[in-house]
Design a protein around this ligand. Structure first.
Ligand code: K1U
Ligand code: ZN
Length: 167
């Protein structure tokens, strides 16, 4: 397995829309393994293929404290959503920025695993928010793009300053 490079906001490649997976082959299983290793190493609780510049509908998530409850979602679709959650979010593509986005508290998701088996998942709390955050990545949307224009300007200025410092 390998640790993959995570794209940093405002990289334009984060805005590409991911394609559904049509054939479940060995290359996708290898990608899921590499994404999982990359997420645990970061460390993070989720990762979308878009963040590692692969524009396919694949997500890995593990919100457990013991880091032993991996969920792989291929071609995920939210079929029910209810309630309102305001859990603070972070993003491996926007390090150091945390904010709250209004998301559904509970979701029902239909997806495939890496072997092409269909399954249904009910999620709430952090798992629900994390899946919605990762599904936004697949649509080419980064969580900060839900924030006000003023907040987005401040975030872009802060990132530009960090980049100047590290150059
Ligand atoms: O998509 C990503 O960039 C991963 C992101 C997922 C996420 C976090 C919080 C709310 C919604 C979605 C992260 O994993 S950021 C890092 C993080 O939250 C974390 C890291 C280590 C331990 C616990 C949390
Ligand atoms: Zn993210």
């Amino acid at each position: 397995m390998a640790i993959l490079n995570i794209l940093r906001y405002p990289d334009a490649r984060l805005h590409k829309v991911a394609e559904p997976v049509k054939v479940f082959d060995e290359s996708h299983k290898r990608l899921v393994g590499d994404m999982t290793e990359t997420m645990y190493a970061a460390p993070g609780i989720g990762l979308a293929a878009s963040q590692v510049d692969v524009h396919k509908q694949i997500i890995v998530v593990d919100v457990s404290e013991r880091r032993d409850s991996l969920v792989v979602l291929v071609n995920p679709e939210i079929i029910e959503a209810s309630g309102v959650s305001d859990i603070e979010e972070g993003c491996l593509s926007v390090p150091g920025i945390y904010d709250t986005i209004e998301r559904a508290e509970r979701i029902k998701v239909r997806a495939f695993d890496q072997n092409g088996n269909a399954f249904m998942l009910q999620a709430q709390g952090l798992l629900s928010v994390c899946i919605q955050h990762e599904m936004d990545h697949l649509k080419g949307k980064v969580f900060v793009e839900h924030l006000s224009q003023l907040k987005q300007q401040r975030i872009r200025a802060r990132i530009a300053k960090q980049l100047r410092k590290s150059a």
